[in-house]
Design a protein around this ligand. Structure first.
Ligand SMILES: [Fe+2]
Ligand SMILES: [Fe+2]
Length: 362
């Protein structure tokens, strides 16, 4: 069945335009016309046609040049262009294909040929567009499923942990901003990609997921933990790590699970080697763990906890840089200082006691 579409006809000869319009209108297509290259590019941009029939020999900008220009616009790049050429132009045919044309029609114009070629390419184009649309919808569904699963798991962990959901949302914002700023300053450029930043954002709420495995009498104890209890508490980083590692599908690239596992495992490691579970030092600690350690502590200090009130941004910063000296990656500290006003803003704006939803911020 013929799929009608919107077709742009470009020819300096009004007679040719008239003939083509007649043929294609009879096929129920919507027709736009242009008699020179410059106008053709304007119309194409404005009207977003499904196909362009383009004369090669035109005064001023010729068809090949018009085609090259049109291909520079991302939204027009895939629109099929069929060249119209005189028989004597046959040398131009290979140039026409090289510039991105999908087909050509030789003058004098014959209605059956125009109809057949337009029909074939219109069908192909629409099928491809449909497929792309379906892929887009499916990809979105997969992304949604991932987000829902992550949220569910993080929320579940949260019910076992006195830390609030707002903490999880703030650390997402912090870690993303810190990674972006590191990237902008050229630090760890080989590790920080857009994908990596998204993985940090997605998986950072899982940093304490291992607390699900810590007994209530320790996790919810309203008093200071004994040394033995603290040793048990510390295992949450390994429990989290192993749970996330086991969730990986073998042979598949689940980069956000890798980043999540690093975060769960290493968010209590310290730059100077005095952290847990492994006592890793410096760059032995995965970057995701170093970033998480920083934003987790910053958020714990600037927000209220059962055992403390919220400290100001300035006081929190001083604690991190004085009494916790040596705990954090110096590169991360430097980067944080570049954007500390932004951190201060977020910490003051999105407090635990206020009702706010992260989705309204993005
Ligand atoms: Fe933790
Ligand atoms: Fe935390």
């Amino acid at each position: 069945m013929m799929e009608p579409g919107k077709i742009l006809l470009v020819d300096d000869n009004p007679q040719n335009l008239g003939v083509l319009t007649g043929i294609l209108k009879a096929e129920k297509h919507t027709i736009l016309v242009a008699t020179d290259g410059k106008r053709a590019i304007e119309v194409a941009n404005k009207a977003q046609p499904d196909m362009i029939l383009l004369d090669i020999m035109m005064p001023g900008m010729d068809g090949i040049e018009v085609c090259n220009k049109i291909k520079e616009f991302p939204k027009l790049r895939d629109v099929p262009i069929i060249f119209i050429t005189a028989l004597s132009d046959s040398d131009n045919i290979s140039t026409a294909f090289a510039s991105g044309g999908v087909d050509y029609i030789v003058k004098p114009i014959r209605a059956e040929e125009v109809i057949a070629r337009v029909r074939a390419h219109m069908q192909l184009y629409k099928m491809r567009r449909n497929l792309e649309l379906q892929v887009e919808v499916k990809s979105q569904e997969i992304m949604d499923t991932k987000t829902i699963a992550l949220k569910a798991v993080a929320n579940l962990a949260e019910t076992r942990d006195p830390e609030t959901g707002a903490h999880l949302q703030r650390v997402q914002l912090y870690i993303r901003q810190l990674a972006r700023e590191l990237q902008n300053s050229g630090f760890y450029g080989n590790q920080i990609t857009e994908n990596y930043i998204q993985d940090l954002y997605d998986s950072s709420p899982l940093h304490d997921i291992g607390k699900v495995g810590i007994p209530d009498k320790i996790l919810l104890k309203p008093a200071r933990l004994t040394e033995k209890e603290f040793e048990i508490m510390k295992t949450h980083s390994q429990i989290g790590y192993y749970s996330l590692r086991r969730a990986k599908i073998p042979g598949r690239d689940n980069s956000f699970l890798d980043v999540g596992a690093d975060i769960a495992h290493a968010h209590h490691e310290k730059w100077n080697g005095t952290g847990y579970p492994k006592g890793l030092k410096g760059e032995e600690i995965p970057l995701a763990g170093r970033l998480m350690a920083f934003v987790d502590v910053y958020d714990a200090l600037t927000s209220q906890r059962v055992y403390k009130k919220a400290y100001t941004h300035e006081r929190s910063r001083d604690i991190m840089f004085d009494s916790m000296d040596g705990s954090f990656d110096p590169q991360i500290i430097k980067t944080f200082l570049n954007i500390e006003d932004w951190f201060k803003d977020i910490s003051e704006k999105y407090r635990d006691d206020e009702d706010w939803e992260l989705s309204s911020l993005i």
